[in-house]
Design a protein around this ligand. Structure first.
Ligand code: URA
Ligand code: SF4
Length: 245
């Protein structure tokens, strides 16, 4: 069988397994986990959200409450990309509704970006965690490059539909999702970067930009939260200025 034939049949197997709610893509030898077989062609955002609810593109759905897809306007000129849902987001089913979300709201307001004018999503749509401590609390774990790549088809589909003028990457993980594993938020934050091609079928988009900044939760953990917060706001102002231009 050709390589293409093998891939197609693997995807059929995976889609069938997903339909039964059992198994996972990582069970298939030689296959990279991917959301791709679950992303419907020609979908609008509501179709994507509905399909993502039963995504089994990688193992991260296991033990979570639900897929956390996105919130906000489909006609937004700015898309904010976080890392992945946290504990609160997993329970409530919406991005940035916990402590990091409150920090983000404050910084957006100060930078002059209305959260209501933005579309808010995450690089990875399921909460990755380990359980530890006496109460076995769910502790956030950073997604791997393989998990980021697995979930990227959802983000690509969202960005294709919305086609925003500015994407704000909130933290290193979101930056890596768009620019690849070599992305360093410390080096590339707070400037307008040309938006890279979303996948290997696309040439770089003209007049679309990315601004990277720290993750709002980094402010919560910082030794000097005031300085971290000021940096976050200052980076967000770069995005706000691009939108006003
Ligand atoms: N952190 C994120 O990156 N995204 C959320 O939705 C919540 C916390
Ligand atoms: Fe699908 Fe992404 Fe969830 Fe993995 S993390 S199961 S690819 S939605």
């Amino acid at each position: 069988m050709t390589a293409t034939g093998q891939r197609a049949s693997a995807e059929v197997v995976l889609a069938t397994r997903a339909g039964t709610g059992r198994g996972r893509i990582t069970d298939v030898p030689g296959e990279q986990p991917s959301a791709k077989p679950f992303v419907p062609a020609g979908a609008d955002l509501d179709d994507l959200r509905e399909a993502a609810a039963s995504c089994r593109g990688c193992h991260l759905y296991e033990g979570t409450t639900q897929t956390v897809f996105s919130s906000g306007s489909p006609t937004a000129r700015v898309v904010l990309v976080g890392e992945q849902p946290g504990d609160q987001e997993d329970r409530q089913g919406a991005p940035f509704v916990g402590p990091a979300g409150r920090m983000l709201d404050r910084a957006l307001e100060e930078a002059g970006i209305e959260r209501g004018d933005a579309y808010v999503t995450n690089a990875v749509k399921h909460f990755k965690f380990t359980r530890s401590g006496p109460g076995k609390r769910r502790i956030h774990q950073t997604p791997t490059a393989v998990e980021l790549a697995a979930c990227k088809p959802w983000l690509v589909a969202e960005l294709r539909i919305i086609d925003p003028e500015v994407v704000v990457c909130l933290g290193a993980t979101a930056g890596k999702a768009l620019f690849g594993p070599g992305f360093r938020v410390t080096k590339q934050r707070g400037v307008l970067l040309p938006r890279p091609p979303l996948d290997d079928q696309e040439a770089a988009r003209q007049n679309a930009f990315v601004v990277a900044t720290i993750h709002p939760s980094a402010v919560l953990r910082a030794d000097d939260p005031d300085a971290m917060y000021a940096g976050l706001v200052s980076d967000l102002r770069v995005a706000a200025a691009a939108l006003a231009a």
